[in-house]
Design a protein around this ligand. Structure first.
Ligand SMILES: Cc1cc2nc3c(=O)[nH]c(=O)nc-3n(C[C@H](O)[C@H](O)[C@H](O)COP(=O)(O)OP(=O)(O)OC[C@H]3O[C@@H](n4cnc5c(N)ncnc54)[C@H](O)[C@@H]3O)c2cc1C
Length: 399
């Protein structure tokens, strides 16, 4: 039997986060968008409340959160939290302190000593971030084509290359950086290093000025004969015999894509609710009656697509909690939520018409923010490719 009810623990969390998003996060979001950052006091407040990148965007991580009867539900809690907080402001979610997308590779692959060294820094009261640096100017979707090199010299690796579009990469205490020891080896040559702030040869390039999610930092990172100690190679050399570096880069997405999709659902829901309120006010004023049918139809379409996207997200998160392979479902949820998010935000502006374009109207910001959900963590095209590959894998055909 399929159960759609939230547990009392999940419902309580959802209600609490909704209250926080409504009272604190959303009111600060337009200013944060203009200033390109979330106000520090708000992040400090979130940290004091126990909100971090560990509790939200990584979906609770592979360890998960234990539920009432020892049931693992970290990923489900992660997607509920991500939707609710992104309903307030998606940039705020990405700005939450913690290891972020850098957390899963350290947890999946790190030695016990590395996990302790790199993850324990987030336990204190200070605001600290980790980040995940895979994308390069010439290797975005084509992850296997990364060109950043790692050359072993004694007890160090020397990294050379550039990473681009790295969320929180500049402010991070460390970045998980993917590099190749030999491009001829393809995926088998990939390695994951933890590069700490201040490492010789590592510098931050430009901070990228974007259309949406403007309060979230996106950085270019430069490695110029960057000297990384061998102890910072995640998992040690023997872990890489079976293309582990590439696998870990991809495994990260199985847990993060449903959470990113949940954020898209949160933005879409915010836009839908705003459009519904504008429509309600207009209809109560008796205008614009000729558009009544179209507006009612638009609202029904938005509500239906949001619900469908959420069900895909919850299924992918449930599978992750149950330790059921969820690559296909994670990509389905991300592809669908990113796509319908854009449709819903656009339809919401149609409902509001001119008012929806004003800079001090949230709809304009959400319209800009939602676009990236069909780009980062793998574009919509790539998600559809992942899904179709899995479909044909099931048929025993390699495409
Ligand atoms: C705000 C933001 C934050 C980001 N944060 C991070 C981060 O923290 N860490 C990180 O490593 N990266 C991050 N990224 C990078 C992001 O993951 C890449 O932008 C994304 O993977 C796409 O790569 P690309 O931009 O190089 O586009 P390309 O890969 O050059 O794609 C261009 C177009 O070609 C299509 N395409 C490419 N290959 C195929 C194919 N095989 N089949 C069909 N279509 C294809 C794509 O779908 C797209 O439409 C971030 C990006 C943004 C915008």
């Amino acid at each position: 039997m399929i159960e759609f009810e939230l547990s009392p623990q999940q419902r309580q969390l959802k209600e609490f986060l909704h209250w926080f998003a409504e009272q604190q996060v959303r009111p600060a979001s337009l200013e944060a968008d203009k200033n390109h950052d979330t106000p520090l006091p708000l992040l400090q407040q979130a940290k004091a409340m126990g909100l971090s990148m560990e509790s939200v965007p990584s979906g609770g991580g592979p360890g998960g959160v234990e539920g009432g009867q020892g049931e693992r539900q970290g990923n489900r809690i992660g997607v509920i939290a991500a939707e609710e907080l992104a309903w307030g402001d998606a940039s705020f979610v990405l700005n939450l302190p913690g290891a972020g997308l850098g957390g899963p590779p350290v947890r999946f692959m790190g030695t016990p000593e590395q996990k302790e060294r790199f993850l324990s820094i987030f336990n204190g009261p200070e605001l600290r971030w980790g980040a995940y640096a895979l994308t390069e100017p010439e290797a975005g979707s084509d992850v296997a084509g990364i060109r950043t090199t790692a050359r072993k010299e004694g007890d160090h690796y020397i990294l050379n290359g550039t990473k681009t579009f790295i969320t929180n990469g500049a402010k991070a205490s460390w970045n998980v950086v993917f590099a190749t020891v030999d491009r001829n080896l393809g995926r088998a040559g990939h390695r994951a290093f933890v590069v700490e702030k201040g490492t010789p040869g590592f510098r931050v390039g430009r901070i990228m000025d974007k259309m949406g999610l403007r309060a979230s930092e996106t950085a270019e990172l430069v490695f110029d004969n960057c000297v990384v100690p061998v102890e910072n190679l995640l998992g040690g050399e023997e872990r890489y015999l079976q293309r582990e570096g590439f696998k870990v880069a991809m495994q990260t997405f199985d847990s993060s894509r449903p959470t990113v999709a949940a954020m898209a659902v949160g933005i879409a829901r915010a836009a839908y609710e705003r459009a519904r309120e504008i429509a309600r006010q207009n209809l109560m004023l008796g205008r614009p009656s000729p558009r009544y049918a179209a507006i009612v139809e638009a609202l029904a379409t938005m509500a239906r697509k949001i619900d469908a996207a959420r069900l895909l997200v919850w299924k992918a998160a449930w599978m992750a909690d149950a330790r059921v392979p969820n690559t296909k479902e994670a990509s389905m949820s991300k592809a669908y939520a990113g796509q319908i998010g854009m449709e819903v935000c656009s339809m919401a502006i149609d409902v509001a018409a001119g008012a929806g374009l004003l800079h001090d109207e949230y709809l304009e910001k959400w319209f800009r923010d939602i676009k990236v959900y069909d780009i980062f963590e793998g574009t919509g095209q790539i998600q559809r490719l992942v899904v179709s590959r899995r479909i044909f894998d099931d048929l025993g055909v390699r495409i």
